[in-house]
Design a binder for this molecule. Structure first.
Ligand SMILES: NC(=O)c1ccc[n+]([C@@H]2O[C@H](COP(=O)([O-])OP(=O)(O)OC[C@H]3O[C@@H](n4cnc5c(N)ncnc54)[C@H](OP(=O)(O)O)[C@@H]3O)[C@@H](O)[C@H]2O)c1
Length: 525
C-alpha cells in the first residue's frame, strides 16, 4: 500500500454459530454473495485453485458504484484469508479475514481492511464516508451468514427437535426500576445510580444478552439439557409507553436464543404479556418455538391452593374464591379449574365485556356461582381463597383487605400485592406458580425467589419441554389453557423432578406446620 496518508481502516466482527472450517467455507463461496447482500451486484470467479482465487467485484452502495479485481489467498492452517485489490476504482483495498474459535462450537469471524480512495481532495472530504459504506457491506454480509445458518437450523428441526437445536432459553427482566438498580449493585456494590432519566435511557439502549449460561441442567431421570437466561432490557411500565419498542426487544431476546441454537424459549413476566398481545404476528418474527409457560404456572397455582386448603382445614366445596385479573390467561385457567371445586368464584376485571365473557366461562363449568367485580379490594373481602393474577406493573391490592384465614396466592410478576414483610399472621400469603426444580438455577442475582432450587413455573415449563425434546409452542394464545394440558405438563414436570415449591413470601419460607398454624390462628382447625 503506498504510504499511510488518507488510509481508512475497517474492522468488523461477528460470532457465527458454526465451527471455524464451516465459517471459512462460507467466506470462500464468494459467488453466493450477490444473493445475500443487495449492494454486491457481481462477484465472479476469474481463476481459482485450492489456495488462491481471482475474483471480479461490482458493488453499489447508495448509488456509488465501485469495481475491482481481487486476489484472495487461503491459509487453511492458520484460518486466515488475505485479500488485495489488484486493479479497480480504489487506489488500494487490502485486508484479511480471520476465524477465531469461540465457545460451544462458535467462531468469531473478523474482517480487517485498509482502504484508500486515491482521488485528490475527495480522499480527505469523503474518504471516511465511503469507508463507512464499505464497512456496512461487510457487516451485512456477516449478518446474512448468521441469518442463513440459523434459518437452516430451525428449518431442519422436526417436532422432536432433531439435533440441530437443543435446550431451553428463559427470558427475564427486572420487575421495576429499583430491581434494576439492585441488579446493577450485585455487579458492583459501590455503584451509585445516576439520574433515573439517564439510567433509563442507557438501559433502553442495551441489547438483549445471555446473563447466565446453564451448561448442564439435570432432570431427576438423569436426562441432561442445557439452557440460557436471557436478559431482556424492559421494565413493566415500558409496555404502556411504547409497546412496539418492547416487542422489538422481546423479538431480539428470542434471536439471542436462536443464536445459541436453543430448542425452545420461555417468555417470562411481561415479555409474554407483550408477545401475546401480538399473538401469531409475534410468532412469525421468530424461528425458535416459544412458550409463555402459563400452563405449568396455572397448574402450580391450583395445586398450591388445593394444598394450602388441605393444610389449613378449608373445605374447598364450601370456599369462596376471588381471582384478581381473572379474565387473563393464567387467571381464567385458574378460575375455571377452581370453579369445578368450590362454591363461588368472583372474577375481577377493569372491563365489563371481560366480566361478561368470564360469566359464560364459569357458568359452563356448572358448579360454582359466578360474581364479577371491578373493585379488587372489595372483591377479596369475603374470599377464602384469592388468586392474584393481574399483569399490573405495580401492586393493586391492599393486604389489609383480606379476611382472616384467607389463602392468598399471588402469581403476578411483579406482584399484585406489595412484596414486603407483613404482620398479617392470620392469612397465608404466598408467591404462586413456583416450582421446586431438580437442579440449581442460579443467575447470581436476586430474581425474587427463595432459593436456587425454586423457579418460576413459566421458566420451568420450557425446561421440562426441552428435557422431553418437545420443541413446540406449548402455551401460546390467550384463553387456550385446558385442564388436560395443565395435567399433561404437570405430569411431565413431575417425571423430571419438578414439583410445587414450598410456600414463601419475600424472604420468608413457610413449613407445612406453619401453614397449618395459620389455619389454627384463624380458628379453622
Ligand atoms: N409465577 C410465574 O411463574 C409466572 C408465570 C407467568 C406469568 N406470571 C405473571 O402472572 C401475571 C398474569 O399473567 P398472564 O399471562 O395471565 O397475563 P394476562 O393474560 O395479560 O392477564 C392478566 C390480566 O390482568 C389485568 N390487568 C392488566 N393490567 C392491569 C392493571 N394495571 N390493573 C388491574 N388489572 C390489570 C387484565 O385484565 P382486564 O383487562 O380484564 O382488567 C389482564 O387480562 C403477570 O403478572 C405475569 O407476569 C407469573
Amino acid at each position: 500500500m503506498s504510504g499511510s496518508e488518507n488510509v481508512s481502516f475497517i474492522k468488523v466482527s461477528r460470532v457465527l454459530p458454526v465451527r471455524r472450517w464451516q465459517a471459512l467455507r462460507l467466506i470462500a463461496r464468494v459467488e453466493d454473495f450477490p444473493a445475500l447482500v443487495p449492494a454486491i451486484k457481481e462477484c465472479r470467479i476469474i481463476d481459482r485453485d485450492y489456495r488462491r482465487t481471482i475474483t471480479s467485484w461490482a458493488v453499489e452502495m447508495d448509488g456509488i458504484p465501485i469495481c475491482w479485481r481481487e486476489e484472495a489467498l487461503f491459509d487453511y492452517k492458520n484460518f486466515i484469508v488475505r485479500f488485495k485489490a489488484l486493479t479497480g476504482d480504489l487506489e488500494s483495498l487490502e485486508g484479511h479475514w480471520s476465524f477465531l474459535e469461540g465457545p460451544s462450537g462458535t467462531t468469531e469471524v473478523v474482517v480487517e481492511a485498509a482502504v484508500r480512495i486515491g482521488v485528490p481532495i475527495m480522499d480527505q472530504m469523503v474518504g471516511g464516508m465511503i469507508t463507512e459504506k464499505i464497512r456496512g457491506v461487510f457487516e451485512s454480509l456477516l449478518r446474512f451468514f448468521e441469518e442463513s445458518i440459523i434459518d437452516k437450523r430451525y428449518q431442519k428441526m422436526d417436532s422432536r427437535g432433531a439435533n440441530a437445536v437443543s435446550g431451553f432459553g428463559v427470558i427475564g427482566h427486572p420487575y421495576n426500576f429499583q430491581h434494576l438498580i439492585q441488579y446493577l449493585r450485585s455487579l458492583n456494590p459501590n455503584f451509585n445510580p445516576p439520574s433515573p432519566g439517564f439510567l433509563g435511557k442507557v438501559f433502553d439502549l442495551m441489547p438483549a444478552y445471555v446473563s447466565y449460561d446453564i451448561r448442564e441442567f439435570r432432570s431427576a431421570t438423569g436426562a441432561v439439557t442445557r439452557g440460557a437466561f436471557i436478559s431482556c432490557n424492559i421494565i413493566p411500565e415500558m409496555l404502556a409507553l411504547d409497546i412496539e419498542n418492547v416487542i422489538r426487544k422481546v423479538v431480539d431476546s428470542c434471536k439471542v436464543a436462536e443464536r445459541q441454537g436453543l430448542g425452545i424459549v420461555a417468555l417470562g413476566g411481561f415479555t409474554s404479556i407483550a408477545g401475546e398481545r401480538y399473538g401469531d404476528v409475534f410468532l412469525k418474527q421468530v424461528r425458535i418455538p416459544v412458550t409463555t409457560g402459563n400452563t405449568l404456572t396455572a397448574a402450580l397455582v391450583v395445586e398450591g391452593v388445593v394444598k394450602a386448603a388441605r393444610l389449613m382445614g378449608l373445605e374447598l366445596s364450601k370456599a369462596r374464591v376471588t381471582v384478581i385479573g381473572g379474565a387473563g390467561d393464567i387467571g381464567s385457567a385458574c378460575a375455571r379449574a377452581l370453579a369445578a371445586m368450590t362454591r363461588e368464584v368472583t372474577i375481577t376485571s377493569r372491563s365489563s365485556d371481560n366480566l361478561k365473557k368470564m360469566e359464560k366461562v364459569i357458568k359452563a363449568v356448572r358448579h360454582a356461582k359466578f360474581r364479577g367485580s371491578h373493585d379488587n379490594n372489595e372483591a377479596v373481602r369475603h374470599a377464602d381463597i384469592v388468586v392474584a393474577a393481574a399483569s399490573a406493573p405495580q401492586s393493586i391490592v391492599d393486604i389489609s383487605s383480606f379476611k382472616s384465614g384467607a389463602i392468598v396466592c399471588d402469581v403476578g410478576y411483579p406482584k399484585n400485592i406489595a412484596y414486603a414483610e407483613t404482620d398479617r399472621n392470620d392469612i397465608l400469603i404466598f408467591a404462586g406458580g413456583i416450582c421446586e426444580i431438580p437442579s440449581e438455577f442460579n443467575p447470581g442475582f436476586d430474581i425474587g425467589l427463595s432459593s436456587p432450587r425454586v423457579l418460576y413455573g413459566c421458566f420451568s415449563e420450557a425446561m421440562v419441554l426441552a428435557l422431553e425434546g418437545r420443541y413446540e409452542n406449548f402455551s401460546w394464545g390467550k384463553g387456550r389453557i385446558t385442564r388436560e394440558k395443565m395435567d399433561e405438563i404437570l405430569m411431565l414436570a413431575k417425571k423430571h423432578g419438578f414439583c410445587l415449591a414450598p410456600f414463601f413470601w419475600g424472604r420468608r419460607v413457610l413449613s407445612d406446620a406453619e401453614v397449618a398454624g395459620i389455619g389454627k390462628t384463624a380458628g379453622r382447625i
